[in-house]
Design a binder for this molecule. Sequence first.
Ligand code: CP3
Length: 351
Amino acid sequence: MLPANHPLVDGRTSGSRLIRAYRGDRPEVTPVWFMRQAGRSLPEYRELRVGTRMLDACLTPELASEITLQPVRRHGVDAAIFFSDIVVPVLLAGVGVEIVPGKGPVIEHPIRTASDVTALRPIDPDTLAPIAEAVALTVAELGQTPLIGFAGAPFTLASYLVEGGPSKEHLRARTMMYSDAHSWATLLNWCADVSGQFLLAQVRAGASAVQLFDSWVGSLSEQQYVRRVAPHSARVFSHLRGYDVPKVHFGVGSGELLPAMRAVGADVVGVDWRLPLDEAERRLGGGVPLQGNIDPALLGAPWRILEAHLDDVLGRGLAAPSHVVNLGHGVPPETDPDVLTRVVEYVHGRS
Ligand code: CP3
């Protein structure tokens, strides 16, 4: 159960545009936020981060909270996304990991063998205290603006753990999936519990919605996803049983997987830029709130081209019961932040 002072329970965020849209209602004004809105596109972020490593920033509650609030103040978006990273709970569970600028998460000892997998220890929920503290600080400042908590889905997390860092094709991870099904399942369950505990800490501390990022899931066939990955993604959400918060599920290149991604227990499906929202609605069989799907590449295009694209996205979003505008993936670091502010104003004004 959510605590009585949770923003969804005491009424601060339950009537917000974001939460209404996530629950399938269509508010008068279409809500909008951006994946990776907190981060390198903002000069105030780059300034705050000078001299602090990414993962240290994530584990310093005042800093993580301030970075989470920056894009809300600047852009007037309808939600904050908690500033952290999908590998933060992996680190807290005792796995050596660093985030290398310009590259991404790098694992000190990649998990490649059955004994690497069995050596993983479950996360101690007490280690998540800095996360809960950062969320509580943030929610106290946000008032009626909801905070979205997030975690990495088991496949995307496992892909970093097995590959040892970012990869394009996730070949090593997929080889393990086929050749050692038992270790694979054990690894994905471990990831599911790490991410599930990370989400639970954020929800208990005041997050009003959650998003599960399966960024690299597009490298799987539907059959393999359903058989070897989806049950573990469902296990992440099972950690939130009894907590009535909207759950968003997002992947990149996941057009073939949308119904399966919904089926793991998501209330809302995030769509990347490749698939028009009306087609996503059709594939999902109707009735599912959608989030997306501005092509991040168009943030760098002349305004009239971006504007025509926004009209197209908003128009196609009408096919779904409700629509939360977002990008089809994260904000590119070189984005002019004024363009993001203008997109927010445009979406709010067009509704
Ligand atoms: O507004 C937000 O969304 C901020 C919170 C956030 C971050 N990472 C901060 C971050 C979220 C939701 C994430 C999730 C995340 N991290 C995902 C899933 C979402 C997605 O984009 O697909 C993934 C795959 C990661 C792993 C990761 N961490 C990558 C690929 C990178 C980029 C590496 C680089 O330098 O290009 C990171 C680092 C990271 N996470 C940064 C931020 C702001 C940049 C680090 C910095 O500023 O030094």
